[in-house]
Write a protein that binds this ligand. Structure first.
Ligand SMILES: Nc1ncnc2c1ncn2[C@@H]1O[C@H](COP(=O)(O)OP(=O)(O)OP(=O)(O)O)[C@@H](O)[C@H]1O
Ligand SMILES: [Mg+2]
Length: 333
């Protein structure tokens, strides 16, 4: 594999289950060392795509390469490159934590010497030292989840694919897992699926949103906001001659500004207004300077609104996927 070969390349991937199309012409690439977040509502096709990528499920059509090798023709080699944590990861109930990790490490081809050092490292990283001698079946769900994560990173594979790794974890453990995934940045290529959007936003370099088996949006969280909303929003609280004089004053700053009122004026006469514009650069300073200097208005606050990834997700999965077939909507990097 040459240095600039992407770690993962997916081209026109299709999977049908007895007539149901679960994955429909999905294409994306993941660069080496990148962390990609997989978002989509229930049934979107996330787990199906991940199972195909890891060589555990054959595709109906399309091409998937991992570390330069085709999964269709080299499934066994590809499995060695990937640490995969499936959805509802099954673990042997009657094994002890360190015994299980030791056994998995040997299966992954780690030598005894290397394994004992690495085992200590992952038990520490996943905060499992206290339970290393406990029977897995008697651990809480969160601890079991962490045993699954420890197993995935044990042999330091170049690619890690985790299907909802933080499901069932408490907020403290979610933080631990988030830091753990962030610590892999640049060293391993990671795909994680999650329904926890702030988590994806904080951990991932890039996000892929899928809906009904199609990629409806992809890019950095900032790219997605721009692509899905296509405008910037400001909220301001202002009193004075807003009905007659404000539109003219704002048009002089930027002709595309649109004004919407978001509520009744308060007892001091201040109205809350929402401004939208196609301009993506920050107009906050010029708006503040112009309106504050104009004695027809009194300005109390001005904020640029950043839609959350949740807003982006809801908008992207609500719009019809016919929009996706337009070239501008599927920016493949
Ligand atoms: N083994 C199967 N046989 C038939 N249909 C399946 C099978 N596995 C998944 N599907 C269907 O394929 C579609 C995609 O399912 P998938 O599990 O990939 O979604 P998902 O995005 O992982 O959802 P979730 O967020 O609920 O985990 C769904 O309609 C599902 O019912
Ligand atoms: Mg799933």
């Amino acid at each position: 594999m040459s240095a600039d070969t992407p770690a993962i390349e997916v081209h026109d991937l299709v999977k049908t289950y007895a007539g149901i199309t679960a994955v429909n012409k999905v294409s994306f690439t993941v660069a080496k060392g990148e962390i990609l977040g997989f978002l989509g509502p229930n049934g979107a096709g996330k787990s199906t795509t991940m199972r195909i990528l890891t060589g555990y499920l054959p595709a109906t059509s399309g091409q998937v390469n991992v570390c330069g090798l085709s999964v269709a023709t080299h499934a066994d080699e590809v499995k060695k490159f990937i640490g995969y944590m499936p959805e509802n990861n099954p673990l042997p109930e009657d094994m002890r934590v360190s015994e299980y990790l030791h056994y998995r490490g040997r299966l992954k081809g780690l030598s005894r010497g290397k394994l004992s050092i690495r085992l200590d490292e992952v038990l520490e990283l996943c905060d499992l030292k206290r339970v290393r001698h406990r029977i897995i079946g008697k651990l809480s769900k969160g601890f079991r989840q962490r045993v699954g994560i420890a197993e995935v990173i044990l042999a330091e594979p170049p690619v890690i694919i985790m299907d909802e790794p933080t499901i069932g974890l408490d907020p403290h453990q979610i933080l631990i897992v988030r830091d753990l995934i962030a610590s892999l940045r640049g060293r391993m290529t990671v795909i994680i699926s999650s329904h926890i959007l702030p988590e994806i936003e904080m951990t991932c370099d890039r996000v892929l949103i899928i809906n009904q088996g199609r990629v409806v949006s992809q890019g950095t969280p900032a790219d997605l906001r721009r692509e899905v909303f296509g405008h910037s929003r400001y909220e301001l609280e202002i009193a004075g001659d807003t009905a007659a004089a404000l539109p003219g004053a704002l048009t002089k700053i930027e002709p595309t500004i649109h004004i919407a009122e978001t509520g009744e004026p308060d007892s001091a006469g201040f109205r809350k207004l929402c401004l939208t514009t196609v301009r993506d650069d920050d107009l906050g300073e010029v708006l503040l300077r112009t309106l504050a200097a104009d004695d027809r208005f009194r300005l109390r606050s001005l904020n640029r609104m950043h839609p959350s990834l949740e807003d982006v997700f809801l908008a992207a999965t609500k719009r019809g996927w016919e929009a996706v077939d337009e070239p501008a909507a599927t920016t493949v990097r």
